[in-house]
Ligand binder design. Structure first.
Ligand code: G
Ligand code: G
Ligand code: MN
Length: 264
């Protein structure tokens, strides 16, 4: 069992600096699947801090990283580590798998972000088509301005962006209006409640259709039951992710998971 930092216990900047120095930040990878073929199409990197007092979830330390400005150094580390792990995955024979990373608004505003991404791609010899940046609508972004700057750079570099946690905010449609997403990730809340009533299923089905009309493949997050998986497949959802398939796994366990899957 993991120990969590006690509630209210503050994450300090010096703790984070020490953690970075001591390699205490680790990535767990959660596979994403094609619902029809059940093939792994990508893995999403979810960061954990293995601190001396226990595992700290990202929601507790990422804001501190952002406030302290340490986030930029961190982005460098994140890209290098996740792409190095992707190299391992490709070299083991899973050469179609992409790496999805979560990128916050603060990270997107960093003017050196593209340079950092390109450097990591170069160093690890990963082609840009295998990197996906997930952005969430839960943070306010200046979309018209960013469309002409960072998102233009992403498009020119051939790096995909996906829309994470779709449907949870008032700005969902605005994001779709402004940006060209390569994947729509429907928030797990819609999947969790799909069994409750017809209304929830109608809305979910309409989100899938909306994605398809806009020619964006749709992924359902947080699939936990066979019923959910079957319903989504029947309703033409393209991809899925969730505990039903796999929890987020450390790289070694992910490699074992991929190998077992191939053998079955
Ligand atoms: O794994 P889960 O508890 O794992 O993640 C909680 C939240 O933290 C999610 O919204 C996820 O997108 C975010 N998150 C996980 N890893 C990272 C990361 O490396 N960078 C950013 N910006 N967010 C992350
Ligand atoms: O915001 P984002 O979608 O990146 O966050 C993903 C979060 O969802 C992570 O905290 C991850 O651990 C969690 N998660 C992944 N699969 C499932 C699932 O099947 N059920 C639930 N409840 N959470 C999940
Ligand atoms: Mn995500």
């Amino acid at each position: 069992m993991f120990l969590f930092k006690k509630k209210g216990q503050k994450v300090s900047e010096s703790d984070l600096k020490r953690g970075l120095k001591n390699n205490e930040f680790v990535f767990y990878y959660q596979p994403e699947f094609d619902l029809k073929t059940e093939k792994v199409i990508a893995v999403e990197a979810l960061m954990r801090w293995d601190s001396p007092t226990g595992i700290v979830p990202p929601n507790e330390f990422i804001p501190v990283l952002e406030q302290s400005g340490l986030i930029h150094k961190f982005t460098e580390f994140l890209l290098h580590q996740t792409l190095t792990d992707l190299k391992k995955i490709h070299e083991a024979g899973y050469s179609d798998v992409a790496m999805a990373i979560n990128v916050s608004g603060v990270q997107l505003k960093d003017k050196t972000l593209m340079k950092t991404i390109k450097k990591a791609l170069d160093e690890t010899k990963i082609s840009p088509q295998f990197l996906e940046c997930e952005i969430t609508e839960t943070q306010p972004l200046d979309l018209p301005a960013m469309k002409e700057t960072i998102f233009k750079e992403f498009a020119e570099a051939g790096i995909k962006i996906s829309l994470d946690d779709f449907g949870t905010c008032y700005s969902s449609f605005n994001y779709l209006r402004y940006l060209d997403f390569k994947k729509l990730k429907i928030d797990c809340d819609f999947i969790r409640t799909l069994g409750d009533n017809v209304r929830n299923r109608t809305i979910l089905s309409l989100i899938i259709q909306l994605g398809h009309i806009l020619k964006i493949p749709v992924l359902a997050e947080g699939i936990e039951t066979t019923e959910q998986k079957v319903w989504l497949e029947k309703n033409n959802c393209d991809f899925g992710q969730g505990f039903w398939f796999s929890r987020p796994l450390p790289i070694d366990q992910l490699m074992i998971f991929l190998k077992k899957k191939k053998e079955n």
